[in-house]
Ligand binder design. Structure first.
Ligand code: ARG
Length: 458
């Protein structure tokens, strides 16, 4: 009858639709390299512990290595009827080396096997994401350093607030991605725990050596509870949650790049390689790269929601529902890696129109806070100073002027504390330089922050 590795107690075939429902090999075949690594470590341990013959272990290891090469070269034939990556590889092994292949699954279940595979996979994804996050931070750092003297209006509520250094603005994103990097480093510790040896749910009567397997596979420790180990998917949920945060940060950066590329802002031009034209409007240069990164964010939020919902209310221990964890996790990993890669490449392509940015700092009364601070420094309570400058802004809006265009007499009429030296506040770089507190936008502070980032990243 069937070639199913679990077929013993069955008298008739699986329904064709159930087979389609149950197969995972169409998506979990990508776990093959990690499945094979885990199986090789398991087989070696079985041989070393005398659970199977050393010679059988040797044959298994050689067979698995050869199968790994077939898979890599694309020669391996995946069979949906064999359900998943595990049984495809195990059947191929037995076909290849005979009897010995049937001993590989001693002291093991697919329940601890899949969790081991996915943890090995997730650990590599975490390492890749950390590398990509660091590369993006380096790209942002170089960009900030190359534009260290560029000013632009800082916004709150999308309204002009106070002038800032572009490098300060960009450094804000370096901080976001640095936190993301930390989150993934923390996650790595929780991923790096070996579930193998838990078997189906309760452990195994065979005298296995879990430490040996952990050591060969580079796990920091072995899981403490077999029931938890086969049913824990926290690490995948965390992977998606951490990825969702990265995407959220990328979407904010993307949004700013889109806005800054509009004629209304006109602050930047993104390189041709990261923009596309329109099939009807010849003049168009659309910031598709940034838009797509912004759009992909939703997928990763979806992946996180899918995994949280999948695991909600599942009783102990392994339940087949959990097979549905793969596609969201794969999608989150692929998406976050692609988007980090694209953004890191896009940043150096950006041309900054510094004159437009500087001109924008002259609009929107960016000096207002400093005028109030000026009066406060001369002893006026800040609330009163705020009120006086508010009235000056109103005077400006009514007469179509900017604050620097007010006559000294007009300022003096508003407050006798104004003297001629107030005009020094009408230079945006002066305003920036005045914010010389740790974390502030003064060039000295920003340069020091960039130096610290450089030490961490280069
Ligand atoms: N393909 C399965 C999964 O991804 C492997 C574990 C199957 N275990 C089982 N008892 N049917 O979850």
């Amino acid at each position: 009858m069937s070639k199913k590795l679990w077929g013993g107690r069955f008298e008739s075939e699986t329904d064709a639709l159930v087979e389609r429902l149950g197969e995972s090999v169409s998506f979990d075949s990508r776990l093959a390299p990690w499945d094979i690594r885990g199986s090789i470590a398991h087989a070696r341990m079985l041989g070393d512990c005398g659970i199977i013959a050393k010679n059988d272990a040797k044959k298994i290891i050689a067979g698995l290595t050869a199968i790994g090469k077939d898979i890599e070269s694309g020669e391996f034939l995946w069979d949906l009827a064999l359900e998943d990556v595990h049984m495809n590889i195990e059947s191929a092994l037995t076909k290849r080396i005979g009897e010995a292949g049937k001993r590989l699954h001693t002291a093991r279940s697919r329940n601890d096997q899949i969790s081991t595979d996915v943890r090995l996979w997730a650990r590599d994804q975490v390492d890749t994401v950390i590398e990509l996050l660091r590369a993006l931070q380096r790209a942002l750092l170089s960009f900030a350093e190359a534009h260290i003297d560029v000013l632009l209006p800082g916004l709150t509520h999308m309204q002009h607030a106070q002038p800032v250094l572009l490098a300060h603005h960009v450094h804000a994103y370096i901080e976001m991605f640095a936190r993301d990097e930390q989150r993934f480093s923390e996650l790595r510790k929780r991923v790096n725990v070996l579930p193998l040896g838990s078997a189906a749910l309760a452990g195994t009567p065979h005298p296995i050596d879990r430490q040996q397997v952990a050591k060969e596979l580079g796990f920091d420790r072995v899981s403490e509870n077999s029931m938890d180990a086969v049913s824990d998917r926290d690490y995948l949920i965390e992977f998606c949650a951490d990825s969702a945060l990265v995407m959220m940060h990328l979407s904010r950066l993307s949004e700013e790049l889109v806005l800054w590329s509009t004629p209304e802002f006109g602050f930047i031009e993104i390189g041709d390689a990261f923009t596309t034209g329109s099939s009807i409007m010849p003049q168009k240069k659309n910031p598709d790269g940034a838009e797509l990164v912004r759009g992909k964010t939703g997928r990763v939020y979806g992946d996180l929601t899918a995994l949280l919902t999948l695991m909600k209310g599942l009783p102990m221990t392994y339940n087949r529902d959990m097979q549905e964890d793969k596609e969201p996790a794969f999608d989150a990993a692929d998406t976050v890696q692609l988007c980090l890669g694209v953004t890191a490449k896009m940043i150096p392509s950006i041309k900054v129109k510094r004159a437009v940015m500087l001109a924008a700092t002259r609009e929107g009364f960016l000096e207002a806070t400093d005028l109030a601070d000026y009066l406060a420094a001369k002893g006026l309570p800040f609330r009163e100073a705020h009120e006086i400058v508010g009235k000056l802004v109103l005077l400006c809006t009514k007469s179509g002027r900017r604050l620097p265009e007010l006559a000294l007499d007009e300022l003096k009429a508003a407050s006798s504390l104004f003297t001629a030296d107030v005009t020094k506040l009408f230079d945006p770089m002066t305003l920036v330089k005045r914010r010389d507190v740790p974390g502030g936008t003064a060039p000295a502070q920003v340069k020091a922050a960039l130096r610290r980032a450089s030490k961490r990243l280069r």
